[in-house]
Design a protein around this ligand. Structure first.
Ligand SMILES: [Zn+2]
Ligand SMILES: [Zn+2]
Length: 146
């Protein structure tokens, strides 16, 4: 038994659902409504879609994330790039930002690599004394064997 996250009614959760069957049907109906609306208004912005259909924005954004409006769907919506706010039709960022973010990610990865290399060098230096220590240990073990 679980509390529906939407209507808070108790329902039997069979496969770990978080919303009750009634709310599920309601969401599916709303999703269909949104798709129909987009079909009739190609290129509509998400903002307009939320205002005009009255469907909760959370649900619409989830549809965006799930790729319901990707090219293959034939449904065209526009929403702001998550970084610069420019209107985009797919993905989370506009092309420019996607390129910039990729570059930044690479720079970040490179600096991490560089840091790792520095740490490696540091451990090598420290490792020198460690080595003599372990050599001593090794000798001790060898000696105790004899
Ligand atoms: Zn419910
Ligand atoms: Zn952008």
């Amino acid at each position: 038994m679980k509390n529906c996250v939407r209507c808070h009614k108790i329902f039997l959760s069979v496969i770990g659902e978080t919303i009750c069957p009634e709310c599920r049907v309601m969401e599916q109906t709303m999703e269909e409504q949104v798709k129909d609306y987009v079909r009739d208004h190609p290129g509509i912005t998400i903002r307009q879609l939320i205002d005009e259909t009255g469907v909760p924005d959370k649900l619409i954004w989830r549809m965006v994330r799930q790729g319901e409006f990707e090219n293959a769907s034939g449904l065209e919506v526009q929403y702001p790039c998550g970084r610069c706010g420019k209107m985009i039709k797919s993905g989370a960022y506009c092309e420019e930002c996607a390129v910039k973010l990729k570059m930044e990610a690479k720079k970040f990865a490179d600096s991490m690599k560089m840091r790792a290399r520095k740490n490696e060098q540091a451990t090598t230096i420290r490792g020198g004394s460690k080595k003599t220590y372990s050599n001593t240990m090794y000798n001790e073990i060898e000696n105790s064997r004899n």
